[in-house]
Design a binder for this molecule. Sequence first.
Ligand SMILES: [Mn+2]
Length: 263
Amino acid sequence: MTGDRTERLLDEAEKRFASEAKLISLETGTAVFVGDTHGDLNATEKVVHKYLKPKHRLVFLGDYVDRGPASQRNINFLLEQKIEHPDSLYLLMGNHEGHALSSFHPADFWEGLGDRLRLRYGEVLAGLPLAASSSNGIIALHGALPDVPALDDINGIVPGSAEWQQITWGDWQEGAGEFLGADPYGGRLSFGQGWFERLMSRFSKNVLVRSHQPDAPSVMYGGRCLTIFTSSAYRHYRSEPAVAVVDLEREVNSADDIRIETI
Ligand SMILES: [Mn+2]
């Protein structure tokens, strides 16, 4: 893609994200949740070709760049799809989209850009929505639950704030506890089941669908925390890239009510 075309794509995407809430509402039809794709354009294209159809809402859970071989093509493809299908496809923010807000490694995509494009991708991706919520019991986001007074307050979360870090950088650990500490080098935050249950109850949700943490068990906390990945960059942790498919018209009480499909 030429520099001019990339700039136009970023301008258009920026306007689109500015008109979206930070908390996306999913009401009817079928939701398809897509985990980290991390530069795996092949996986992203497969998901879009297979699942983008009437009455389907595709929700990507963040981390589109770095690690994989085709970061820029992957994020550009997703931005194009978003502009073309604004109400069928949603791109939530992962920590790898927050390069303008907090530094991390690996950041091969960001470090490979010139100054101008690094600034523009940083500005545009800092405007991505943070979470999606459905009336049948699901909340979906990249990492961990934010400690905000009520679900709707996700709309007021400021990029770079503590609550933003909980969403984009949060890991879950088996066992009791609330905030379990931060990794002083990588910036990762750890949370336990106490934090999980307190906020799920506050938000009146049954199941969290998230990504971000490749060494997490797929299902935790009595079937209420589902972690999925959709990138071959994680093949050493996860057998096959997969998505989570949910009928939005039926109550979801645990991961057993969610269909995992390999792509
Ligand atoms: Mn991540």
